[in-house]
Design a protein around this ligand. Structure first.
Ligand code: ZN
Length: 181
């Protein structure tokens, strides 16, 4: 799939997921079926906007984009589920990214470095959707939020950057081919 088609696909994934999440009061368990693909799509938009990256970094980024929601696994099998109005857990704070970033740096591990960025991409979506993110826990439990249109505009900007970047790359490749003839 080319970068342009991938960017449009990611944007559509986010748009459809949020339309469903906002329009229908789905049970918490079902929200994940829409929210998690939107998290992966948000991180993928960032990767597409950045341009070609090492495969391991991109794989780490996509996995990392789901890591802060690991607490959903035990919650999914528990009897009582949280509601969408509950504050997000402390897996959503910058301190949770720190060990991944430190180990990635110490081991010079591209996958883990991608995962750390993926976790930040996860927060970028969660600050715009729902109750926000306790980014500075344990300094403060306050959840940081931005209005949803700010997040949506960020996704559109990333998609535009990916499309423009793809156009420029195609142009450069054609120019190189021309020069080689
Ligand atoms: Zn989350």
């Amino acid at each position: 799939m080319n970068r342009r088609a991938a960017a449009v696909g990611c944007l559509a994934t986010v748009a459809v997921a949020d339309k469903v999440i906002f329009r229908r009061r789905l049970p918490w368990l079902l929200v994940g079926f829409f929210d998690h693909p939107a998290h992966v799509a948000t991180a993928a938009l960032a990767a597409l906007a950045l341009g070609p990256r090492p495969r391991e970094w991109t794989a780490g980024l996509l996995v990392g984009s789901l890591l802060p929601d690991l607490d959903h696994v035990p919650l999914a099998v528990s009897r009582v589920h949280p509601t969408l109005d509950d504050p997000r857990p402390v897996t959503h704070c910058l301190l949770a990214v720190a060990p991944v970033a430190v180990i990635a740096t110490l081991r010079d591990d591209r996958r883990l470095r991608g995962a750390a960025w993926g976790m930040l991409a996860h927060f970028a979506r969660d600050v715009g959707v729902g109750t926000g993110v306790p980014l500075l826990w344990p300094v403060t439990r306050r959840s940081f939020r931005v209005p949803y249109p700010v997040y949506a505009a960020g996704c559109v900007a990333l998609a535009l950057r990916a499309v423009l970047g793809a156009n420029l790359q195609n142009h450069a490749e054609r120019a190189n081919l021309g020069a080689g003839l």
